[in-house]
Design a protein around this ligand. Structure first.
Ligand code: COA
Length: 179
């Protein structure tokens, strides 16, 4: 039987659950820009607060243990007038044991649907993925994001190897005719 994953809004009391998820993802996959020891409470508290204030934060609980989060995505407005129409600072993390099961897609589709229905001021959602994270880049393309350039040598990994970061953007469907 196919498992149904329920998406719910993140809340301040998710702090430790989100931090645990991010530390696991950072230590195992290297997909997110931080290393595990950089996933501090202050970092997680900051993005939960900003997302609740001026953006979207969504989570999925482990169906067998609601105390554990297996997926989270968040984004928020930068708080500058010229960027009032943008959701930025987007990060998504799916627990390594649950990747490839459609959880990222459920989270992202919900995020874009909520952007369209609850945030009429938002015309654009932007994110950045390191070039070697082919899986994430393909994932974003399928969701309607376009590659918008290439930031050379922006990422420096543990071994000192430099690689490009790839900026990507999604435009609200009603605005696509304008660009
Ligand atoms: C990238 C990530 C969010 C995708 O979430 P996910 O739950 O694993 O992805 P889904 O199962 O929903 O799959 C969605 C799409 O991702 C891609 N994908 C998933 N598994 C893949 C794999 N093993 N190889 C290549 N592409 C894959 C496919 O395009 C898939 O679309 P399809 O189902 O139509 O084939 C997740 O793998 C993750 O958290 N990775 C580590 C953190 C990270 O990289 N965050 C993004 C930083 S920019």
């Amino acid at each position: 039987m196919e498992i149904q994953y329920a998406v719910r809004e993140g809340k301040p009391s998710d702090l430790h659950k989100v931090a645990a998820l991010y530390r696991t993802v950072a230590s195992r996959s290297g997909g997110i820009a931080r290393e595990a020891d950089e996933v501090t409470e202050a970092y997680v508290r900051n993005f939960i607060e900003k997302s609740l204030e001026s953006g979207i934060i969504l989570t999925i609980e482990d169906p067998e243990n609601p105390e554990v989060l297996i997926g989270e995505v968040h984004t928020y407005n930068p708080g500058i007038k010229v960027f009032a129409h943008i959701f930025s600072d987007l990060t998504i993390a799916v627990h390594p044991d649950y990747q490839g099961k459609g959880i990222g897609k459920i989270l992202f589709r919900t995020l874009l649907r909520e952007t369209e229905s609850k945030h009429p001021e938002i015309m654009r959602v932007e994110l950045i993925a390191r070039e070697s994270n082919k899986r994430a880049i393909e994932f974003y393309k399928k969701l309607g994001f376009n590659i918008e350039g290439r930031l050379e040598n922006r990422i420096c990994d543990k071994t000192g190897r430099l690689e490009a970061d790839i900026p990507m953007g999604w435009t609200r469907p009603a605005c696509r005719l304008w660009v």
